[in-house]
Design a protein around this ligand. Sequence first.
Ligand SMILES: Nc1ncnc2c1ncn2[C@@H]1O[C@H](COP(=O)(O)OP(=O)(O)O)[C@@H](O)[C@H]1O
Ligand SMILES: [Mg+2]
Length: 436
Amino acid sequence: MISKTVVFQYASPKFKVLFKRKRYKLAFGGRGGAKSHSFARAILEIGARRKTRVVCGRETQSSIKESIKYLFDLIIAEYGLGAQYTSTNDYILNNITGTYITFIGLQDHNSQQVKGLESVDIFFGDEANQFSEKTLEFLIPTIRKPKSELWFSWNPEYPMDAIETLRELPENKAYKIDIGWEDNRFLSQEALDEKDWAEQKDYDKFLHVWGGHYRPDGDDKLISLKSVMTSQARIPEILNVPVFAGLDPARYGTDSAALVIRKGNQILHIEEWDKCSVPELAGAMGNFIIKYKIECMAVDIGNLSGVFDLLMDIKHPQTYINPELCRIIEFNAGGKSPDTHYKNKRAYVWDRMRKWIEESGVLPKNQRLLRELIQQEKFLNEQSQLQLLSKPMMKKKKIPSPNIADGASFTFDPAMEPPDKPEPQRAMGRSRVWAG
Ligand SMILES: Nc1ncnc2c1ncn2[C@@H]1O[C@H](COP(=O)(O)OP(=O)(O)O)[C@@H](O)[C@H]1O
Ligand SMILES: [Mg+2]
């Protein structure tokens, strides 16, 4: 077959560096900067010159439809290159050079999909703001073939996102392409009109979506980005206060379980379990209780996972926790709030956590927790009570379930405080005032 050489046109000369050698190629900026289109074109072009193994990855990908494969297919069709390529459900193959492009989700590091990353020449992560710390820590050392490259493009969302740390890479390691719609000479009139409309409608939002600025705080959020950033920068004080823990067991085994251990202003530890059986989870608590001297642990019972029952069950010595060592209390998110200004217990403890973040708390550099905190939406209901957006609603809006932040919020349940010690006998039932 005769290879039809195509030299693609690029929306901006800034993308020329994609053809030069460096370990990292990073493109970041607002919508319409031609990031996705240019990366896909450059991959096809490089792959048409020499055999290249390419993997395009997302944080999660439940079906190929969620991948960026459509864009490669679109470009191949647009330039009439169909005969040169084999495009199946899972991959794109350049029939002449043998360049092979596949599409995977990375979140499950043990899945079949992520096998064979060692042979990759170019890894391309679009929408890379979605990548978790865990995923990047696994991915970067795995792409280790000599001269292999990591390409990432994203619209900045939160300054604490894991991908943002790559912007600090030294110049000799990374090409950093800061790009926006202004750079794109192929942006359609329709897109430009949309941009103008967005600019008039909500300028702060426009600066984020189109301008490449971080996402602004909204009135609908319970905890502000600013307070989270300030909290992270505080120096922790060592206080003589009890250690509390919150355990959010996995819901029906679908999402992950989280344990958060807090001592006063400090989060001492965060532990997550991706897939873990109920007895396994309950059985793991003993060691944490001893190691961190946990005085009280609140366990969410809303999901009926049975972890709470196991921790209390004297008949199960592997999981039963001696109440003298650590009090185990049940946390019922839908239960009554101690203060009628809140719809339920969940809203109440989250708002206490908000105050803690604003006033004294020191948050750790855990990207998942920080994101979960600033993504929690709130509103005032008809009774003027503070209410949090429900989990099903959050799911609808594609906001991930806040497992770690929920675990942390349980430690703000007033029921965690030590039970009232019997009051010393006072004369005449009045408190005595000591003079002098
Ligand atoms: N090389 C190109 N040729 C033609 N059109 C392009 C090219 N690059 C980008 N575009 C146009 O610009 C639009 C925005 O590009 P896209 O890659 O989606 O931007 P981003 O990923 O930065 O948001 C695309 O929808 C496409 O219409
Ligand atoms: Mg894009």
